[in-house]
Write a protein that binds this ligand. Structure first.
Ligand SMILES: C[S@@+](CC[C@H](N)C(=O)[O-])C[C@H]1O[C@@H](n2cnc3c(N)ncnc32)[C@H](O)[C@@H]1O
Ligand SMILES: Nc1nc2[nH]cc(C(=O)O)c2c(=O)[nH]1
Ligand code: SF4
Ligand SMILES: [Mg+2]
Length: 239
């Protein structure tokens, strides 16, 4: 039996080298902005006590993004450490978000580990990155970016073929032009027949009442949505 060097501190370069020499897999790490426990404020799971895992970094720059603090910085966490921190909150629902979570390839492993651990897992993702390899047990919330976001050219329309009935497509709308664009997309791709479709106003930009009335007038098969956490705690609360 060869003598194997013992890993020193969990995860530094020396550890990784030691782990490789020892034939052990390198601990997989993700860059995380925050892990917190709150009421799910968006999409189909709205209202459930939920642990949020916010991954750092995003290749998009939506004009109205409320999470620009997640573009940079963050801390490297092993997937084991993330699972341990998530567990201490005792919630059944986990939401993996960002930033753009799928911009880190190891997000796929995190999602599978969370599902394996028995959680109800949702993923908030822009429409810009391939969702084809996301674990089928995850409920995907796929944002399609309307022109008012400034990022509509990044929509990856191919993603629509990976939608299952438990997934959701979400449109966050800055005004009437965005609304008409989204209405056309829903009709053209028959989204209402494929999964739940959510229309949400950009907070502070589109009057929610206007959006509600437009949806009713057009008899759209979509679900109106407000961000519950902003109603509960205000925009700057960090929830
Ligand atoms: C911060 S993003 C992170 C996940 C992913 N990057 C995405 O865009 O879906 C989470 C959700 O917040 C929404 N969001 C961000 N800023 C918003 C705002 N000012 N008003 C309403 N929704 C907003 C996004 O559209 C997205 O549905
Ligand atoms: N309470 C709460 N619910 C959320 N649902 C999706 C969020 C996100 O930023 O992706 C979010 C968030 O930031 N806070
Ligand atoms: S894709 Fe999501 S995180 Fe990135 S800028 Fe747009 S809303 Fe913000
Ligand atoms: Mg948010």
């Amino acid at each position: 039996m060869p003598i194997r060097p013992l890993p020193r501190e969990h995860g530094d370069i020396a550890t990784s080298n030691a782990a490789l020499i020892a034939g052990k897999p390198r601990p997989e790490r993700l860059r995380i902005t925050e892990i917190f426990h709150s009421i799910q404020g968006e999409a189909d799971a709205a209202g459930w006590p939920t642990v949020f895992v916010r991954l750092t970094g995003c290749p998009l720059r939506c004009t109205w993004c409320d999470t620009a603090y997640a573009f940079h910085g963050g801390t490297w966490w092993t997937i084991d450490a993330i699972l341990a921190d998530v567990a201490r909150h005792g919630a059944r629902h986990i939401c993996v978000t960002g930033g753009e979570p799928l911009a880190q390839k190891r997000c796929l492993m995190l999602l599978t580990r969370l599902c394996d651990a028995g959680y109800e897992v949702s993923l908030e993702t822009s429409g810009a990155i391939d969702v084809g390899a996301v674990d089928a047990r995850v409920r995907k919330v796929l944002d399609l970016k309307a022109p008012g976001s400034g990022e509509d050219a990044r929509n990856r329309w191919d993603n629509l073929r990976f939608l299952s009935p438990s997934d959701q497509v979400k449109f966050v709308l800055a005004g009437r032009a965005d609304y008409e664009w989204a209405r056309d997309v829903v009709g053209r791709h028959r989204l209402g027949q494929r999964c739940m479709v959510l229309f949400s106003p950009v907070h502070g930009s589109l009057d929610p009442r206007d959006l509600a009335e437009w949806i009713l007038a057009d008899r759209l098969p979509v679900r109106f949505q407000l961000q519950l956490h902003k109603i509960l705690w205000g925009e700057e609360s960090g929830h």
